[in-house]
Design a protein around this ligand. Structure first.
Ligand SMILES: NC(=O)c1ccc[n+]([C@@H]2O[C@H](COP(=O)([O-])OP(=O)(O)OC[C@H]3O[C@@H](n4cnc5c(N)ncnc54)[C@H](OP(=O)(O)O)[C@@H]3O)[C@@H](O)[C@H]2O)c1
Length: 256
C-alpha cells in the first residue's frame, strides 16, 4: 500500500482528502502539523496521521503533495530531504516543473495536479501533468483525472480551475434574478444548479458538438431562449468572461 503525505494542510488538502476518503481511498495519508486545527479535524474524520514535522511526512511517504500557497512552495521544498524513488505532486498554481526541480534533488519525479473543491463531492475534473499512474488513480477517487502531456496545456487549463469559481458567482446572480414573490429562493437555487448540471452533462455527452451549437439548436427563431440569448450577445455579456480568462492567461504565461 502506498503512503501519501501532504505538506500544507489548508483548503485544498482538506477538500481533496475528504473527497478521496469519501470515494473509498483507504491507504495511509500523512499530514504536516502546521494548521493544527484543520489537521486534527482531518485526522479525526478522515483517518489521517499528523506527523511531528514536514521532514517526517516526507521520510515516511512514497508520494508527497506540496500544497502550500505559491509564495511558500519553493522555500518549503528546499528545506526537505527527498529519496530518489519518491514522487512529488505539486498542486501549487503557477509554479512550473522547472521551478520545482530547482528546489528538489535531481531525478526526483515531479507531477503537477489541479484539483478543485468539488473534489469533496467526488466531482473534481483534475488536470494532471505529466501522466503518472498513482497520481491518476489517486485523483480518480475524488472525481475525474484528466491527463495532459504538455505543461503549456496544463498552465492554460489551470485558468479553468478559476473559471470553476466564477461559475458559483454566476449561479448566485441567476438565483437572485429569478427569486422573488413568484419563485422562492430555494427553488430558484435548485433550478439554477440543476440547469447548469444538466447543460454540462449534455455537453459532455455530446462532445463532438460545440456547446455554442447546442445553444443555437435550442434558441431557434421565436423562442424565449433566443430572446434572452440575443440580449446577452447584444450586450457583449460573454466578453468580460473572455477578458478575465485572458488576464489569468497572462499571469500564468510566465510558467510556460
Ligand atoms: N483552494 C483552491 O481552491 C485551490 C485550487 C487549485 C489549486 N490550489 C493551490 O493549492 C495550494 C494550497 O491552496 P489552499 O487554498 O489550500 O491554501 P491555504 O488554505 O492557505 O493552505 C496552505 C497551507 O499551507 C501552510 N503552509 C505554509 N507554509 C508551510 C510550510 N512550510 N510547511 C507546512 N505548511 C505550510 C499554511 O499555513 P499558514 O496558514 O500557517 O501559513 C496553510 O495552512 C496553493 O498553492 C494553490 O495555488 C488551490
Amino acid at each position: 500500500m502506498q503512503t501519501i503525505g501532504f505538506i500544507g494542510v489548508g483548503a485544498l488538502a482538506d477538500y481533496t482528502i475528504r473527497g478521496i476518503r469519501r470515494g473509498g481511498y483507504t491507504a495511509p495519508v500523512l499530514l504536516s502539523p502546521r494548521n493544527r486545527e484543520k489537521a486534527e479535524r482531518l485526522a479525526g474524520s478522515c483517518d489521517c496521521i499528523i506527523e511531528p514535522d514536514n521532514q517526517s511526512v516526507v521520510s515516511k511517504s512514497d508520494y508527497v503533495v506540496i500544497a502550500t500557497r505559491p509564495p511558500d512552495c519553493l522555500e518549503t521544498l528546499a528545506n526537505l530531504e527527498f529519496k530518489a524513488n519518491q514522487t512529488l505532486i505539486s498542486v501549487v498554481a503557477g509554479i512550473d516543473v522547472e521551478q520545482l526541480r530547482s528546489a528538489v534533488p535531481d531525478g526526483l519525479k515531479i507531477v503537477r495536479a489541479m484539483p478543485v473543491s468539488s473534489a469533496e463531492v467526488n466531482a473534481s475534473p483534475t488536470l494532471i501533468y505529466p501522466d503518472d499512474e498513482f497520481t491518476r488513480k489517486f485523483f480518480s477517487f475524488c472525481g475525474t483525472s484528466i491527463v495532459t502531456d504538455s505543461e503549456a496545456y496544463f498552465n492554460q487549463g489551470s485558468v479553468l480551475a478559476c473559471v470553476y469559481c466564477w461559475f458559483f458567482s454566476l449561479y448566485q446572480a441567476l438565483i437572485e434574478a429569478n427569486q422573488g414573490p413568484r419563485l422562492p429562493a430555494k427553488l430558484s437555487a435548485e433550478l439554477v444548479m440543476g440547469m447548469a448540471k444538466g447543460a454540462a452533462e449534455l455537453a459532455l455527452a455530446e462532445r463532438d458538438t460545440d456547446p455554442g451549437a447546442i445553444a443555437r439548436s435550442i434558441a431557434t427563431e421565436g423562442t424565449f431562449s433566443k430572446l434572452g440569448l440575443d440580449l446577452l450577445e447584444a450586450e457583449a455579456a460573454f466578453e468580460p468572461w473572455r477578458e478575465a480568462c485572458r488576464l489569468l492567461q497572462k499571469q500564468l504565461a510566465a510558467a510556460d
